[in-house]
Write a new protein. Structure first.
Length: 334
């Protein structure tokens, strides 16, 4: 298939592109490179450098590259920022997606895999969270993702859209060639590893949550397991599978302190912690039940141990740091 990946130059999107190529698909990426990196894309990927809000560019890409299906990753995704800039999240997450859906409808494309989030659940009433549990987001990020999910349902009734929405929890870890490098960095594991590498402190936002050690608990899923689920969902839809919404997680929650402990084991370094006030909109616990996707698509995570997830990120970081240093030296030598 010819598959369009929006936001494909980002952390998760680039890994998905690699998996698609490995399965023989032709991959086209739309990315404005505000967060993504051109060098994160394999040479075989066709990059359309454009904003998803540019409806003409989106429509042209769909037609020019004869796209058969879309994996929609592009979004603004910082919970804290969404609390202070809700308009940005409605514009980039909801408005842009509606434009994409209109372009797909006009082009006759009816297959979509949507990158959703556990943030649609807000403060869940029970753990682990199941797909039929109440969706009451506590921040505009989760609210806009939920609004897209609802739009997908109505587009399926009106236009025959077939979709899978993947509500995933905390993406983490790295492959041999792809890892996290956001600017600014907000994800816990790379921040902890930065602190280990640079001998600085890592901020912990709140140590008074109703959890076993007072810090937030999250379900961490390795980026390659996450990517594999997107491609499996795409293949299911292409093979006649029905629209669905799935949680993606390992079903095991780890606290912030436990992640720090794992990083100390993996790196062999002591990591200083700086306790700060809670962030607005952060639920205490988010742990997924992924029973539905395991049954429907026979998906199972291959990297469930926290030390393995953190360890893969540390190995990639060491490689990337070394490569960046060599590049810097070569530039100075010119």
């Amino acid at each position: 298939m010819n598959v369009l990946v929006t936001g494909g130059a980002g952390y998760i999107g680039s890994v998905i592109c690699d998996h698609l190529l490995a399965e023989g698909h032709r991959v086209v990426v739309i990315d404005n490179l505000s967060k993504g990196h051109r060098e994160a894309l394999a040479e075989e990927v066709t990059l359309v450098e454009a904003d998803l809000l540019d409806s003409a560019a989106v429509s042209d890409a769909l037609k020019r590259h004869q796209v058969n299906a879309v994996i929609h990753m592009a979004a603004s995704s910082l919970v804290g920022e969404s609390m202070t800039q809700p308009s940005k999240y409605y514009r980039n997450n909801l408005w842009a997606t509606l434009g994409l859906l209109e372009a797909m409808t006009y082009s006759g494309i009816s297959t979509l895999v949507f990158s959703s989030t556990a943030a649609v659940y807000g403060n869940p009433e029970k753990q682990p969270i199941e797909e039929h549990d109440p969706t009451t987001p506590t921040n505009p990020y989760g609210e806009t993702k939920l609004a897209v999910e609802r739009a997908l349902h109505w587009y399926s009734l009106a236009h025959g859209l077939k979709y899978v929405a993947l509500r995933y929890f905390n993406a983490a870890g790295a492959t041999d060639t792809r890892g996290e490098r956001h600017s600014p960095e907000t994800h816990l594991i790379p921040l902890i590893l930065d602190a280990a590498e640079k001998i600085t402190s890592v901020a912990v936002f709140g140590d008074d949550y109703p959890t076993h050690d007072g810090t937030c608990v999250r379900d961490y899923i390795h980026v390659s397991d996450l990517s594999r689920a997107h491609v499996m969902a795409l293949n299911s839809l292409a093979g006649g599978g029905q629209s669905a919404t799935f949680n993606l997680g390992c079903g095991q929650g780890y606290s912030v302190r436990e992640v720090i402990d794992a990083a100390q084991r993996v790196t062999g370094r002591s990591i200083n912690v700086e306790i700060q006030p809670r962030r607005a909109g952060d639920p205490a616990v988010l742990v997924a039940s992924s029973a539905r996707i395991r049954e429907a698509l026979s998906w199972t995570p291959k990297h469930e141990l926290l030390d393995d997830i953190v360890g893969s990120a540390w190995i990639w970081k060491q490689k990337f740091t070394s490569a960046a240093a060599r590049y810097s030296e070569s530039q100075h030598a010119r």
